[in-house]
Each structure stands twice: as C-alpha cells, then as structure tokens.
Design a protein around this ligand. Structure first.
Ligand code: ZN
Ligand code: MN
Length: 480
C-alpha cells in the first residue's frame, strides 16, 4: 500500500531544537513554629499540631513568624537578590481538599527579594527572578498497596508550614545544568542553616520548552535526581513530538518517579486564574536599609568566601578548596580537623579518600559514623608516622561504617608501622645479603633492582615499613 507524503512528515533534526528550563524551588524553613500561628512544625501524630489559624476557621487572624521572615531574607540575600523595602502577602485562591481556607497565603505582587543570581562552576549565571514566603497546604494521605482505599486522609500538621519559594528565570539549558544549579543552591542553603533536608523539605516545579514552542510545567518533583530525570524525559518527549511535526501543548504534567515518565494533568491555568487578592489580615512589612545591612553582616561564611579563606589561611589549591567548600558538612569537618592536623594531610583525606568511601557506601557524611575526634585521631597517627598511608586508608573505610577508635584498632590488630629504623635496617641488610645479584645490579646503575629490593623489604615487614624509608636505607647501605 502506498502512503501519501503528507501522512508522514520527514522528521526534523532534533539537534537544533534547544530546550530552555526554569525552576521553582519550594523549601521548608527550619523554624520551630508555623508561618502564621504558634503551632509546632514537628509532630508525631497526624492532626495534633493545628489551631484555628492553620485550619482556616472563620475569624482567625494570621500573625507573621519573624524568624521565618528573617530566614527568607537571608536566602534572598545569599542569592544576591535586591530586597524590597516594603512588601505584603496575597491570597492565592483555588479549591483543593488540602486547603481548608480555599486560598493559600503567599506573596505575589511584591516578594521579599528579586533579581538575584547564582553562578555555575563554569561562570554562567542563572538569574533568580524572585524569592518569596508562603504557607504550605495540608498533606493528602493516600493509602498504598493492598489496603488501597477509595478515600483520602488529610493531615493538617503540614498546613501553614513556612516555605520559601525560589524562582529562576528560564536560563537553564539542560537537565544536567538544572542538577548542578540545584546542588549548588542546596549547598548554599546548607551554609545558611535555614532548613533540614528531610521528607517534604524540598519540592521543585519546573517549566520546560523547546525554543519557539509552548511551555510545559512539570509539578511537584521531590529530590534532585528526580528533577534531572523528569527534565530529561520531557526534553526528549517534546523533541520527538516536534520531529514528528506535532506541537507540544501548553499544559501541566506530573512526574511519575517509579517509571521515570511525565503524564498530562491539565491544561495550564495562568496566574490570573488564581485570582490573587491582597491579604487584609496581615499588615504591610517594611524593612529598612539598616536592617538589611545588619542581616547581610549576620550572614555566615558562604562557599565563595570559604574557598578564598582556605586558600589564604591553609595554603590549599583552588581545586582542593573548591571541592571542600562544595560540601558544607565535609568543609565543617575540615575546619575542625585542620586545627590539629596538617592542612595538606587533612585536605588529601577529606577531598579524596573520604568522599570515595562515602560514595562507595552511597551515604552522606551525616549518615556515616565519622566524628571529627576520630578523624583527628586517625590522621594524627599518620602524621606522626605511626601508621602507613595504606593502613590509614583501610582504617578510614572502617571509620565510615563502624564506631571504632583508630588508636585501639591499631593496637588490637597490630597495625602500627615498625617505626624503628634499626629494625628496618636489619631487614634490609638481610635482604641485600640474600640478593647479591640485585644489589650488584643497583650498584651498576639499575634503578629497577632497587625497586625489587624495596619490594622484598616491604614483604618481609608485612607492609609496616614505609616504602620511602626502606628505599633510603637500602640506597644508603649500597653506597657504602
Ligand atoms: Zn496553627
Ligand atoms: Mn508556591
């Protein structure tokens, strides 16, 4: 059967289809109480941390949590935003069972911060459009698995939890770039200590389009790996549609993490559809230039400054300083360890050996058993040349997964290096007398023969002799 050409348009090259992406990151601020009431942010039993305000009862009046405001301002400042000297809250109206008031208190017209930026490693700037504060809705609890039911439970403990929303301009050009941006931002936020990474602490909405085509939103993605996967899937889906001569529709999609796909949820509503109105129960907030200056001065050391300090004070290379600063927890450990241990040794172990072991076990430093005290003990043994580098690395592997004292382990398992040079010398003399041919070869200028003899000395001492010391001794003995 013959087909007409029009039924099968020739696929366009997907090479020149350029994706552009923007992110909206919702982050739970690490406050004790909720954004507009005194309810605790931590509760074990569902629906026990709520009151008339966060339940949205008629006549209840919200009051802004100062601490949350301060944290939001710090986030905006760290992202180099301009702080608005006056801002207010708005009601974003929509109906959903998780929203008992039928509106969410958020910021729309004037957020706390605008026009910021965050620099990627290659120097590219991702512009930050806005940073604002808003309350989280309640949590919908769907029963899973065999007992799956046709009803849904609502937990109002989440209702009113303080969030800060960070919105980027569509400056991101690949899923990998989105991932890098998120990793850098998370690290920056860790330095600010404004949140605890945990369940529900971080949610990302993304918008993605191919240049010249409609924009698609992918909502409610939890986890950075998931954002990367969702964006990869969406880029390919849209490119494929265009190559087939179709157009991606303007819509909102959901990401199904288990299968790594997105699916259509609804035609996209515009912001106007939400019918924002000014929140009359909260007064306008003014922030003076002096208050902003004070907040700026109260910001902790941030990654960029840390890199400069580590280079200047500790003499680290820019590369090592960068690796340390890109992981807040490890950089904190370095600060402690390098007070007692040589900075070069500390950097070598904390930028290379430790991350390698953590990576291998797929855990973070916090999830490991490593304590600064034990790390200092371990590297101290190495620094004082009581153990070899090889033993130190082996003990580090244990230190990550077990609660051990490096000193006790060295004693118990007899790992101490035979630091007694006399003993190494005795072994070396024995080796030389047993290997006259190799000794002669070395005297005649063959370097390989020396390596051979050092190898034998190492074997004889069961690896407890530092190779470079054995080498020095053998060279010395043969020069005589
Ligand atoms: Zn409450
Ligand atoms: Mn939001």
């Amino acid at each position: 059967m013959k087909r007409k050409c029009s039924e099968m348009p020739a696929p366009k090259s997907t090479e020149d289809l350029k994706p552009i992406m923007g992110l909206e990151i919702h982050l739970q601020l690490n406050t004790q109480s909720k954004l507009f009431c005194h309810c605790q942010t931590e509760a074990s039993e569902p629906n026990t941390a709520c009151c008339e305000i966060c339940l949205g009862m008629p006549g209840s009046k919200p009051v802004l949590n100062e601490k949350a405001l301060e944290m939001g301002l710090k986030v905006a400042l760290a992202l180099n935003c301009k702080i608005n000297s006056e801002f207010f809250f708005s009601r974003k109206t929509y109906f959903y069972p998780d929203l008992s008031k039928d509106f969410q208190i958020t910021q729309f017209e004037i957020p706390i911060g605008i026009n910021g930026e965050l620099k990627l490693k290659n120097g590219k700037k991702i512009r930050i459009k806005r940073v604002h504060l808003e309350e989280d809705p309640a949590a919908l609890v769907h029963e899973q698995g065999m007992q799956a039911s046709n009803y849904c439970l609502i937990d109002y403990n989440r209702s009113g939890i303080p969030l800060t929303e960070i919105v980027t301009e569509p400056d991101i050009e690949s899923p990998e770039e989105a991932r890098e941006f998120l990793d850098l931002m998370l690290n920056l936020l860790n330095y600010l200590e404004v949140f605890i990474l945990g369940k529900n602490a971080l949610k990302v909405d993304t918008n993605i389009s191919i240049k010249g085509f409609e924009r698609v939103e992918v909502k409610n993605i939890t986890g950075f790996k998931a954002v990367e996967t969702a964006l990869k899937f969406e880029t390919e889906r849209q490119k494929k549609l265009i190559a087939e001569g179709k157009k991606p529709a303007r819509e909102t999609r959901a990401f199904e993490e288990e299968v790594g796909r997105t699916r259509s949820l609804r035609a996209k509503e515009t912001e106007e559809d939400y019918g924002y109105i000014f929140e009359p129960d909260l007064s306008r907030i003014e922030v003076s230039g002096m208050q902003i200056e004070e907040l700026k001065n109260s910001l902790p050391e941030l990654p960029e400054q840390k890199i400069q300090r580590l280079m200047k004070e500790k003499g680290l290379s820019e590369y090592d300083a960068g690796v340390l600063a890109s992981n807040f927890e490890i950089s904190k450990l370095f600060d402690e360890v390098s007070q007692k241990i040589d900075a070069k040794i500390s950097a070598r172990f904390l930028t290379r050996e430790l991350p390698a072991v953590l990576n291998h076990d797929s855990i973070t430093l916090q999830e490991s058993k490593v304590k600064a005290k034990d790390m200092i003990e371990l590297l101290g043994l190495l620094q004082e040349q009581k153990i070899t580098e090889k033993t130190a690395k082996e003990l580090l592997i244990k230190l990550v997964s077990e609660k051990i004292s490096p000193k006790e382990a060295v004693e118990k398992e007899k790992l101490a290096k035979s630091i007694d040079e006399k003993e190494i010398e005795k072994t070396c003399k024995k080796i030389i007398s047993e290997n006259k041919k190799a000794a002669e070869d070395f005297k005649n200028g063959e370097r390989k023969a020396l390596n051979f003899l050092v190898g034998l000395a190492m074997k004889e001492t069961k690896g407890k002799a530092e190779p470079r010391i054995a080498q020095k001794i053998i060279e010395g003995l043969l020069k005589k």
